[in-house]
Design a protein around this ligand. Sequence first.
Ligand code: NA7
Length: 292
Amino acid sequence: MRVAFLGLGIMGRSMAVNLVKAGHEVSAWNRTPGKQVEGARSAATPAEAAREAEVVWMCVSDTKAVEQVLFGPDGVEPSLNQGMVIVDSSTISPSATRQFAERVRTRGVDYVDAPVTGSKIGAENATLIFIVGGDEAVIERLRPLFDAMGKQVFRMGETSKGQAAKLVMNLQIALIYEGFAEALTLATKLGVEAGTLLPLIQASMIRSGVVDYKAPFVLKRDFSPNFPLRLMHKDIHLALDAAREARVKLPGLETVEEVYDLASEEGYQDLDYAATLTLLEKWAGVEVKAGS
Ligand code: NA7
């Protein structure tokens, strides 16, 4: 298929590489020049990338970035053609997604929200899980592209429901990780080493994918970004905004948001979100260690 890929960040670049590997004809664009995808045509603007495309696939930071890529100067809008499909793998606001979809629908263009879970490693290995909102038949047409970049597609309902589901997934990841980080901090303060505690966690009902994934990084004190703190912070804001719009109270997430606010003030934005642990350690005056 002819695909315009817009946004070559940590996730987008690997996704575009996998589309090329699967034999699709890709024209790629990134806001900051210099990021390229071997085998893809480099476009100077989103509009240029989209001109001949059947599918425009976006993976940019946030709601504002999606709006600019679609409707800003040099944005995709003038290149929209009847029958085209826009797919958004960024994690953004569900209500803004509905507005963007309505705007392009007037031009005969379908809109599918397809945020992902699986992190940097999932993007590299083409094992992403797509959390999708949109028309079933349109999603089926996109199947070869989903298959090239991921391992599973879960349809949550019509357009914007993918974003809604993604936000509640990240809500849980943020809360589960914070629970783990608080447990490690208190355990260390009380004299139980992380390396001693972990096998107990893994053997018990507390075991979780989040802990399995993060524990090795935490024990190595490797806080380089698989999923940068600034993006999880953004998703926490998005979830709280969506909750406010829906008049839902989320006290746990509100507290975690404060931890992220302080972590950002400490300058941790570009570290992995696992670095919130270091804030807890600082407050407690301990450092979590794997142990002997
Ligand atoms: P990264 O690695 O921070 O990449 C973000 C990308 O978004 C990168 O290509 C940016 O371009 C691009 N970006 C940011 N702001 C804009 C604006 N205003 N216009 C156009 N492009 C922009 O994030 P990830 O790849 O890890 O994640 C991407 C999304 O997936 C995000 O929503 C996550 O929550 C999930 P740059 O190179 O900075 O010019």
